[in-house]
Design a binder for this molecule. Structure first.
Ligand code: HEM
Length: 497
């Protein structure tokens, strides 16, 4: 008895299957948040023999995923996902040499300094978005989908803004995202739960034949897309900044093959497209509830004769605080991405066996009243500002939330995400007021801030209706003019894919 291993506390399970039936697979973060109130910030769960430890406070997540990153930075193996991507999806792959080389290349191209290279692309997209929403707020869902796809294609492949979701490049990339969403769900395939099935011959394993086909299809297209840019860089053709240009210029230094570069670019599109998309949904939810505060401040900074730009960022701490608060209040991946422990460990006297899956419950961490106070569940951008209205910003890495995850696997796109959200939000709020629609009795149809819809591991708010109203008399004409200027450039650059 004295030598009995002490695991972290957690709910009692049933023999063999453990806590399998107590987990809500769709909104696991809510179940984990409830359990945190009972068992504390570190919880042990057993799902049919697979140990899982849920990290529910900033302290434990940082101590385990950051201070002990060398042993907690691996990802659980998903066999079908591995086969479908040739083990080249940087977000899923083993924490080994290939991950290091790919991650280094991504960090360089998307780092704090280089993220400013995409400002022009992001500003052009925000103009098209604001113009579209002002003209037709009914179609906001598809407009936001178009924007997020377009900005990712421009950043990764230097494509001009995409005007329709039917553009072949978007349709193709979306098939990739669908594939990842299908194969990336733990337990979706029997072979992921029973790895011995991996050894069955190919003719008996449909999943294997399908995965091979997916891999071939995506590799072919990703390689064409990457080498088109690489060839231009090699022949000295003038290139606007893009992720693929950075990969081409630094390819030998990063020790990446053409195929690895091609897959890194493709998977980056996938990683960014889905998550960013969800935050822009939320932005409207919020903007519709606090328009006066935000728009007034933008008006003071930019006046009425020009659209906001990135150079206004220092004068717009409130908008930057809104970006932080959106990501804190409604993190788009509320249960993070799983890490796996690569050797036995002890934490505060608890034994954590090798092979344990770590889940950082970003939802609980971002809503922790011990950190954010009793109003942690409220949307309040002011919490990120000091008494002079300046952003509390101890360093570029301090986000004021944990929506981007932890340690070595922290989101590679965090800086470009912050920039995109800033310019989109500033441009929309400068141009228009967003107001909830009314029902047939004239009552306001306010969005339900507490309703959450899950799409795989990504959270989305349910769609809602709103109206857009120009914020001042000339706003409509000015955004039209700005959009026309962007379109001149768009029309001059053919979509080559
Ligand atoms: C609102 C937007 C976004 C959110 C909330 C978000 C959140 C996250 C989270 C929670 C992780 C997992 C971190 C961990 O394992 O602890 C992650 C990983 C990742 N994100 Fe993002 N992300 C966003 C946008 C983007 C964008 C725009 C890009 C690309 C430009 C991107 C690229 C990646 C990549 C490549 C990884 C995998 C990193 C690795 O495993 O080494 N993300 N993201």
């Amino acid at each position: 008895k004295r030598n009995k291993v002490r695991y972290p506390p957690g709910p009692r399970g049933i023999p063999i299957l453990g806590n399998l039936f107590q987990l809500d697979t769709k909104k696991s973060f809510e179940t984990f948040a409830k359990w945190k109130n009972i068992y504390g910030p570190i919880i042990y769960v057993n799902v049919a023999g697979q140990p899982i430890v849920v990290l529910g406070s900033r302290k434990v997540a940082i101590e385990i995923l950051e201070h002990r990153a060398s042993k907690s930075a691996d990802r659980p193996r998903l066999i079908v996902a591995e086969e479908s991507t040739g083990d080249m999806n940087v977000g899923f792959m083993h924490h080994g040499d290939r991950w290091r080389r790919m991650r280094h290349a991504a960090d360089y191209a998307l780092g704090y300094k280089n993220s400013s290279k995409y400002h022009a692309t992001q500003a052009a997209e925000s103009t098209i978005l604001a113009h579209g929403l002002l003209a037709n707020s009914d179609k906001w869902v598809s407009q936001l989908e178009r924007t997020t796809s377009s900005v990712m294609l421009s950043m990764v492949y230097d494509l001009p803004p995409i005007l329709s979701l039917d553009t072949p490049a978007v349709v193709f990339m979306n098939t990739f995202i669908e594939c990842i969403a299908r194969v990336g769900v733990p337990g979706a395939y029997l072979v992921d739960s029973l790895p011995m099935l991996e050894n069955l011959p190919r003719w008996l394993s449909k999943w294997k034949r399908d995965a091979e086909q997916e891999f071939k299809k995506f590799t072919l297209k990703f390689e064409v897309m990457f080498t088109a840019i690489k060839d231009k860089v090699a022949t000295g053709h003038e290139q606007r900044p893009s992720f693929c240009v950075s990969l081409s210029e630094n390819q030998s230094r990063n020790r990446l093959s053409d195929r690895e570069c091609a897959w890194l670019a493709g998977t980056l599109y996938g990683a960014g497209q889905e998550t960013c998309h969800d935050v822009v949904y939320l932005r409207h939810d919020i903007a519709s509830r606090s328009p006066a505060t935000c728009s007034g401040r933008i008006g003071q900074s930019c006046g009425r004769s020009r659209l906001p730009s990135f150079s206004d960022a220092q004068q717009l701490p409130y908008i930057r605080a809104m970006v932080k608060e959106i990501l804190r209040w409604r993190p788009s991946t509320p249960a993070g991405l799983p890490h796996i422990l690569s050797e036995d460990d002890y934490y505060e006297g608890y034994f954590i066996p090798k092979g344990t899956i770590y889940i950082s419950n970003i939802w609980s961490i971002n809503h922790d009243p011990d950190v954010w106070g009793a109003d942690a569940d409220d949307f309040r951008p002011e919490r990120h500002l000091d008494e002079h209205g300046n952003l509390k910003e101890p360093g570029s890495e301090a986000h004021g939330h944990f929506a981007f995850g932890f340690g070595h696997r922290i989101c590679a796109g965090r800086h470009v995400t912050n920039n995109s959200l800033f310019i989109n939000m500033a441009t929309l709020l400068w141009t228009m007021r967003l107001e909830p629609s009314k029902d047939e009795h004239g009552n306001l149809l306010k969005p339900d801030a507490n309703s959450k819809v899950m799409n795989g591991f990504v959270m989305r708010p349910p769609p809602f209706k709103f109206n857009t109203i120009p914020r001042f008399q000339d706003a409509e004409a000015l955004i039209q003019q700005a959009r026309d200027e962007v379109m001149v450039e768009v029309n001059a650059r053919p979509v080559v894919l």
